[in-house]
Structures are given as structure tokens and as C-alpha cells.
Design a protein around this ligand. Structure first.
Ligand SMILES: C[C@H](O)[C@H](O)[C@@H](O)C(=O)CO
Ligand SMILES: [Mn+2]
Length: 430
């Protein structure tokens, strides 16, 4: 018996003594996909072949060699990442990652630009999620899109939103499960606006236009994402939390909670059980703000654990969709995906290994001492042995051994791509 197996058997006994069925927890973990965000692989550049600056408050910092410059490079890098992550996971595409043989503006995109992704995902058993891209475009350069005072600019972005829903619904039909299409717009202002009301009225109206056509929920789920502030929208964001909470409730949309989009002391883990009283489902953008919405790689920190505990303790696994949202160009980009995804799954496993009923019984009985003792003891239970066993039995490296594969890949492939900066380069211009 391997050391991993021996440790697992001991862990299984320890958990069984607490009434936890380790095998059932692992089986549940296998059914929960994480949606990997394509934009970590190339610093949110995409394949439109323009020189448009990212802008809109989004910033990727770092100059690590090996940025994916073509769709083939990005797919290859994703393959490497998925091969180091246990389980079968989704892919979250932004609209600017389509394949364009000729200049195609955002309001003109169609399923033909994403058929290559659909085929690639079908071959690998990944399902797709999608996002309209309301940034990195001349018509977004003044910080306004769907709430723009100019009706022509607003219409351009409405048409982009409509095109994206059509694409997402076709993705959902092709893959046999709903594609989540998440709307985030950067609209806001650097300084205090004189009118906070009109842009919000325009945004609500424009969103209603975008969502006018109904698609089967089995194919498409619409979600909306708020933000507290961004670079250049420090004083006012049109799509605030209150705006989208109200919008999602009244229009029966999914609410997207991004861990970096709230006050630094505010946590999304505490929002899950409240918002799910009123919205049908949630999309999470699991991220890590450091002082601000800095989109750092997700680490195994208290908030990540709390998010996963809330999903499991509430029995919300089928109503909460887990996506990632970070971009770091200061480290190996494939490693960034693997670190963030493995941590997310590890935290989910830890939550699934809790004796949930015992904890909730203690609380209901008023035994708060017992609750605290058990919660603290759980922190040093051997969940790492269960995780290692899950990795081994899934055919992915155990522990930090996956870094060997990353180093070898970097030596063989990424280093040969040369130094890349976190901006568009001439090599990715079609
Ligand atoms: C690429 C963006 O980060 C993403 O679309 C959005 O979800 C966001 O979080 C903007 O801050
Ligand atoms: Mn986000």
C-alpha cells in the first residue's frame, strides 16, 4: 500500500469517528465543477487582433515570460493546467477570445467565432461559460458602456450583449447544459457625479433590452456582476451591489458575487445565504483582493474556506456556480490557474468533510462551547490525506509534485515564447 493510501485509510477512520463518510464527500466533490477563466492565460488580451488597451479599471501587472499569444497556445496551456487539477472542470470564455479571420466588431460576433472553442471543449469534456466584453474597446474608453448617455454607443453595447447571449445559448445547446453568461460593465466615474440616478436608469433599461429574448434555462443562465469601485471609477460605479441585487431579484437573474468587488472588510461568504433567499442561483467569481480588487491568485485563506463552508453548510451546491477570476502576470500563468483551482477544490473538500449535522445540532441545542471546540478541532483533521488520495486516484500529481511538470513545461515551451509583457504584442495581431 502506498504512503498516500496508508495516510488516507487513517484519515478515513478519523473522519468516520466524527460521523463523516469520506468516500461520499469525495464523490460529491467530483460532481462540482470549477469554471477556469481563460483570461489568466494571456493577461486579458484575447484574439481580436487590435491594439486596444485593457482599461476600464482592469490592470494586469507582471512580466513573466510565456504569455499565450495565440488561440493554440492558450488551449495548450489550458490543457497543461487541467492535467494538473483533479476532476472535470469548465472553461469560462470572454467574448474577446473568439477566433476572427477578419476584423469583427463586438456587435457583429456570432457562434462561428466560437465554434473552435465548442469543438475543443467537446473533445475534452469541458463545458463552457461565457462573458460579453464591455472593455478594451474605443467605445468603452470614456468609462461608459450600457449606461452611456449617447444612445448610439449604448445601442452598440446592447447589441454586443444580445450577440453574446445568443452565442452562450448555442454553447449551452451544444454541450447539453446551461452556459452561464455573466454581464459585468465597468461604467462609473472617477469623481463625484452630479447625477447618480440617470446612468442607473439607463443601465437598467439597457439590460432589459439585452435580456429581452428568453432562452431555455437548460441552455442559458444570465448573471449580473456588481463592483464597488475600480481604477478610474473610484467615486461611483453604476452597477453597484444594490443596483444588481435589485435587478437580479426583480428580473430573476443570477447574481455574480466577485470576492474582490466589495469593501476590503466585507466578505462574500456572508452574502451567500442571504442572497439565495431572493435570487434563484449565484455565480461566484472566486478571487483575492489585496487592499483592492487586485485579482490576486486564490490562496487557501480563511475567506476561501468560509465561502466553501457556506455553500456546503447551506446545501447550496446546485445553486452556486463556482468560477475563478484572477489574473497574475508576475508568476507562471499556468501555475496560477493550478494554484487557484486546486485551492478552491481543496477548500471545497474540507467543507464537505465537516460533520455538518453535528455542528448544526450543537448550535441548535445552544451548546456553543461544543460547536467552537469541534470547529477548531476540524482545522487539524487530516483532510490533506484525503486530498492527496483524491489527486492520486484522479491521476494528477500529489502535493507540490505538480510543480515539476510546470517547471519542465516552462523549460520546454513557455521560455521559448520569450519575454512577454502584460499588454498586447504585435505577435497576437491577426
Ligand atoms: C475580466 C474581468 O475581471 C471580469 O470580467 C469581471 O468579472 C471583473 O471582475 C471586473 O473587475
Ligand atoms: Mn469578476
Amino acid at each position: 500500500m502506498s504512503d498516500t493510501n496508508k495516510a488516507f485509510e487513517l484519515a478515513r477512520e478519523r473522519y468516520a469517528a466524527l460521523g463523516v463518510d469520506v468516500d461520499a464527500a469525495v464523490e460529491r466533490l467530483k460532481t462540482i465543477p470549477v469554471s477556469l477563466h481563460c483570461w489568466q492565460g494571456d493577461d486579458v488580451v484575447g484574439f481580436e487582433g487590435t491594439d486596444n488597451e485593457l482599461g476600464s479599471g482592469l490592470a494586469v501587472t507582471g512580466n513573466y515570460p510565456g504569455r499565450a499569444r495565440t488561440v493554440d497556445e492558450l488551449r495548450r496551456d489550458l490543457d497543461v493546467a487541467y492535467s494538473l487539477i483533479p476532476g472535470n472542470h469548465r472553461l469560462n470564455l470572454h467574448a474577446l477570445y473568439g477566433e476572427f479571420s477578419s476584423p469583427t466588431d463586438r456587435n457583429e460576433i456570432g457562434i462561428q467565432n466560437f465554434q473552435g472553442w465548442i469543438d475543443w471543449c467537446r473533445d475534452r469534456h469541458h463545458s463552457l461559460d461565457f462573458n460579453p466584453s464591455f472593455f478594451a474597446h474605443p467605445l468603452a474608453s470614456d468609462g461608459s458602456t450600457l449606461s452611456h448617455p449617447d444612445p448610439a454607443i449604448r445601442q452598440f453595447w446592447i447589441d454586443h450583449g444580445i450577440a453574446c447571449r445568443q452565442i452562450a445559448s448555442e454553447m449551452g445547446a451544444a454541450q447539453g447544459n446551461a452556459c452561464i453568461n455573466n454581464v459585468w460593465v465597468p461604467d462609473g466615474s472617477k469623481d463625484s457625479p452630479a447625477d447618480r440616478k440617470a446612468p442607473r436608469e439607463r443601465l437598467a433599461e439597457a439590460l432589459d433590452e439585452v435580456f429581452r429574448v428568453a432562452f431555455p434555462e437548460a441552455q442559458l443562465l444570465d448573471s449580473v456582476e456588481c463592483k464597488l469601485f475600480g481604477i478610474g471609477s473610484e467615486s461611483y460605479v453604476v452597477g453597484s451591489h444594490e443596483f444588481y441585487l435589485g435587478y437580479a431579484i426583480t428580473r430573476h437573474k443570477l447574481l455574480c458575487l466577485d470576492a474582490g468587488h466589495f469593501h476590503p472588510t466585507e466578505v462574500i461568504s456572508d452574502k451567500i445565504s442571504s442572497t439565495l433567499l431572493y435570487v434563484p442561483e449565484l455565480l461566484l467569481h472566486v478571487s483575492r483582493g489585496v487592499r483592492w480588487d487586485s485579482d490576486h491568485v486564490v490562496t487557501f485563506n480563511d475567506e476561501l474556506q468560509a465561502i466553501m463552508q457556506e455553500i456546503v453548510r447551506g446545501g447550496f451546491e446546485s445553486r452556486v456556480h463556482i468560477g475563478l477570476d484572477f489574473f497574475d502576470a508576475s508568476i507562471n500563468r499556468i501555475a496560477a490557474w493550478v494554484i487557484g483551482t486546486r485551492n478552491t477544490l481543496k477548500a471545497l473538500l474540507m467543507a464537505l468533510l465537516e460533520p455538518r449535522e453535528t455542528l448544526q445540532d450543537l448550535e441548535r441545542d445552544g451548546d456553543l462551547t461544543g460547536r467552537l471546540v469541534l470547529m477548531e478541532e476540524l482545522k487539524s483533521m487530516p483532510f490533506g490525506s484525503v486530498w492527496d488520495h483524491y489527486c492520486e486516484s484522479s491521476g494528477v500529481p500529489v502535493g507540490a509534485a505538480w510543480l515539476d511538470a510546470i517547471r519542465e513545461d516552462e523549460r520546454r515551451v513557455l521560455a521559448r515564447r520569450g519575454n512577454s509583457v502584460a499588454t498586447a504584442s504585435s505577435e497576437n495581431i491577426a
